[in-house]
Design a protein around this ligand. Sequence first.
Ligand code: UT7
Length: 323
Amino acid sequence: MIRSIVESCGAYLPERVMTNDELAKKVDTSDEWIIQRTGIRSRHIAADGEFTSHLAIKAADQALSRANMKAADLDLIVLATATPDQTFPATATKVQATLGMHRGAAFDVQAVCSGFVYALSVADNMIKGGMAGSALVIGAETFSRILDWNDRGTCVLFGDGAGAVVLKAGEGKGTAQDRGILWSSVHSDGRYHDLLYVDGGPSTTGTAGFLRMQGREVFKHAVTNLAAVVGETMGKVGLEAKDIDWLVPHQANKRIIDGTGRKLGLSADKVVVTVDHHANTSAASIPLALEAAVTDGRVKRNDLLLLEAMGGGLTWGASLVRW
Ligand code: UT7
């Protein structure tokens, strides 16, 4: 059975760090409120002239060099973003050109904060279907560009960054002990599209628009939907929560992360948390968290990782990966 083995990961965060205290000078908020309600202490903000593609290329370069691979060897780039450089072409094609990959296919996937799980599942299925032997999956965002910096309900929550993984086709026995992506589940329910959206776009206002969110409503859906999709994904592979070595969740809010960990009965030291210093980087948050835990030695070969996310759409999903 063909499995998509995760060969390596890479990450990039813009240099500039913005603290909660700095935000408190712009809007009516406080370090205390932000930490208590979200767990966020600081976030990285892209410099003027630093675009989503630039962040993506840096994360991709690191992932490729750690996999000892050249971009020219790749068959596929799938880039998850809700903040592309331009309406079109896909940011993935700019990344493809800069990396020096002139064959195969490159395209964007748009599922907002669930984008990385969606992109991973698309790439995995293209590898399993024989359409690609290798793939670069990237989550990259510059949410700072679509924030209303006068809206304290949203501007304190997000940050910029990018993360990437390299996948390669490998052989598995078809069991839960195989290395690679064991299963991904993705869902959406468009009835809730106006709980978290951007109030602009090429076909409506002709401007990029600003992010708008009914935070409390999104929070409620996140808790329910994440529990359901995690249960579904574990069930598909025939594994139980006790088998999980690391929960690598989307980093929107520490309270949501803690709630999911508690429901699974996982102790806090089995949960990767980066929301404190990255804030919510949307599609980039899972690969950024993954890279942090791999680089500091927490995640080891053959560990079972559960990735999960929920975002605008509403969209949500989970992946089980044996590292
Ligand atoms: O990644 C995509 C998915 N997104 C999410 O998962 C986000 C989900 N939602 C959340 O994380 C939380 O709902 C928030 C962090 C956005 C908000 O936390 P909350 O505990 O749900 O607060 P709230 O929206 O119910 O607001 C409570 C109070 C309000 O004041 P009143 O009406 O009680 O007087 C807000 O106006 O806190 C106020 N508030 C703030 N105060 C200081 C809202 N934002 C701020 C702020 N600083 N930045």
